[in-house]
Design a protein around this ligand. Structure first.
Ligand code: GLU
Length: 548
């Protein structure tokens, strides 16, 4: 055991005692059932959809119990930090309306970036060293690699334990000698775990669990020749969740195997244990099997994918909530978004993320919005993701509203469901705006169905020459019908089928020429409504482009 003076000399002389931090971060004055939750994203990459999923659960559990939800940036691995990651986290939380009560500069239990909590961690590392519950380890990289290699060769569990823990029982003299030589060291936890021991604990989702006890003398403070001197994840978890007075740790199931280590750390530090809830990972169906969503393989694994495409936040939240608690998928959206989340109802098998299902939910949701609401939402999204569209929407607001009124609104029985995400707007409605529309003038264009170019030109010329903007749909369509007959098209598809060589196509192919000229697409909302919304001048400009 090292002398207290030796231990203390390793730390700044003005480092506070634990009691200082305990007073600085007192227990919260909250109701008995209040849940204090936190998300601990590491800025080593952009937020994973699984992070948003857990954050949403944290947010709901805290809100419904009158507790608090914290976002703590776990940036202890500074070498792997990705620039802009923290900004992306904040953008994602804002976009999806899953904002914390405490984060960054807001909250009395900060700082909320681990890299700014060095002194707090050092206090507790010193405390464990003083009590001989931790020790200095000067093992070199080569020695550690050699230990691992020898363990693997004899099929032993790898790790720093038992006779492999070469610095665990060194004498104070040996330690002092290494210090005098100025050798860098890490601080390791002196694990109380014994071979063959088991640890039992309760998980709020999975119930009673039993695992092999931890025997590993895990590193708690990283190398002494680095600045700032930061702890490892395990140690920071114990110190931060204690001092931030978190009482419910919701995190991915990959951490279950670390619980025995974490419980030892809480106990050694004299902290009250926290409750754990380990969430099953989001899965993807691939062929006949399921696998975890992968950041490398699946674009939808990144939250940015949903933001860039402009999925409405409400629809994504609704969908994710349905994955957390299947019962919530049965409720209408507005109700489901307000309903509490129950950990007891969480599954232990990872739910499948089905983008098609999500898109359907999103289309249903957008169909409930009014034209002005949609324009507002698209404008807000496009400000970052499609600036040209903002300019067009601002200069042609009336046209945008008119376009969105086509087959939409409370009086329409089956409103159009052609917008699943804001980026669909260009594709579905861009043709309404002259600035976004590219005239169709190439008569060999495949959208025109391969009709003879001279026929297309003659048909379009006649249509433009005789065009009248009529209010009645049937009458308006009569113009196409008449011209179709004049140019030898069959009156209906049935007639064409009976005698395919007698006609260039049917009335359907003829109407399609006008559809493609007006919308650039072979599928569109009702053609008469489109023509009326565009106005005669624009109709003529587009059809004449096709006429040549
Ligand atoms: N920083 C950890 C991660 O990125 C957080 C784990 C936890 O929630 O305890 O996975």
């Amino acid at each position: 055991m090292l002398d207290r003076a030796v231990v203390d000399a390793l730390f700044p002389s003005d480092l506070p005692e634990p009691s200082f931090w305990e007073e600085q971060y007192p227990p919260r004055a909250l109701g008995g059932d209040a849940k204090v939750t936190r998300l601990g994203p590491s800025p080593t990459g952009f937020l994973h959809i699984g992070g948003l999923y857990v954050g949403m659960i944290d947010r709901a559990l805290a809100s419904h119990s009158g507790g608090a939800y914290i976002v703590r940036v776990e940036d202890t691995d500074q070498a792997r930090e990705v620039p802009g990651a923290v900004e992306q986290f904040n953008r994602a939380f804002a976009y999806f309306g899953i904002e914390p009560d405490e984060a960054d500069a807001v909250g009395a239990y900060g700082p909320y970036h681990q890299s700014q909590r060095e002194r707090i961690y050092l206090t507790y590392v010193r405390e464990l060293l003083r009590q001989d519950k931790a020790y200095l380890c000067f093992a070199t990289k080569e020695e550690l690699a050699d230990i691992t290699a020898r363990q693997q060769a004899t099929k032993l569990p790898t790790g720093y334990y038992g006779r492999w823990a070469i610095w665990r029982d060194k004498t104070a003299e040996d330690v002092q000698a290494a210090l005098d030589e100025g050798r860098p060291y890490v601080v390791r936890f002196r694990s109380p775990g014994k071979a063959g021991e088991r640890t039992k604990f309760t998980d709020a989702i999975r119930g009673e669990l039993e695992h092999e006890a931890n025997r590993n003398d895990v590193v708690i403070l990283k190398a002494s020749d680095q600045s700032p001197r930061l702890p490892t994840y395990h140690f920071a978890h114990a110190v931060d969740d204690h001092l931030m007075r978190v009482n419910l740790v919701v995190r991915g199931e990959e951490w279950i195997s670390s619980v025995p280590t974490h419980l030892q750390l809480f106990d050694a530090l004299g902290f009250e244990r926290v409750e754990y809830a380990h969430i099953a990972p989001l899965m993807k169906q691939q062929g006949g099997s399921r696998r975890k969503l992968s950041k490398r393989k699946d674009p939808e694994a990144s939250v940015e994918f949903f933001i860039e495409a402009g999925f409405p936040a409400e629809a994504v939240q609704y969908y994710l909530r349905g994955l957390v608690n299947a019962r919530l998928a049965e409720l209408p959206l507005a109700e489901a978004l307000q309903a509490p989340i129950s950990l007891a109802e969480c599954g232990v098998a990872g739910p499948l993320v089905d983008l098609v299902k999500l898109e359907d939910i999103a289309a249903d949701y957008v169909a409930t919005l009014s034209g002005p609401e949609i324009v507002e939402r698209i404008t807000a999204w496009a400000a970052t993701h499609d600036p040209e569209l903002v300019t067009v929407l601002e200069s042609s607001r009336a046209e945008a509203l008119a376009a969105l009124q086509v087959e939409r609104g409370p009086e329409v029985a089956n409103p159009r469901k052609d917008l699943r995400k804001w980026s669909d707007f260009r594709q579905a409605y861009g043709f309404f705006f002259p600035a976004l529309f590219e005239l169709v003038s190439d008569r060999a264009d495949e959208r025109l169905g391969g009709l003879p170019p001279e026929l297309i030109a003659a048909f379009a010329t006649d249509f433009a020459d005789g065009y009248t903007d009529l209010e009645d749909g049937q009458e308006w369509f009569g113009q196409i019908r008449e011209l179709a007959a004049k140019h030898g098209f069959a009156p209906n598809p049935k007639e064409l089928k009976k005698n395919p060589d007698a006609y260039p196509g049917s009335i359907r192919e003829a109407a399609q020429l006008i559809r493609v000229a007006l919308t650039g697409s072979t599928k569109s909302p009702d053609l008469h409504a489109v023509a009326r919304t565009l106005g005669t001048d624009e109709v003529l400009r587009r059809v004449r482009a096709l006429a040549g």
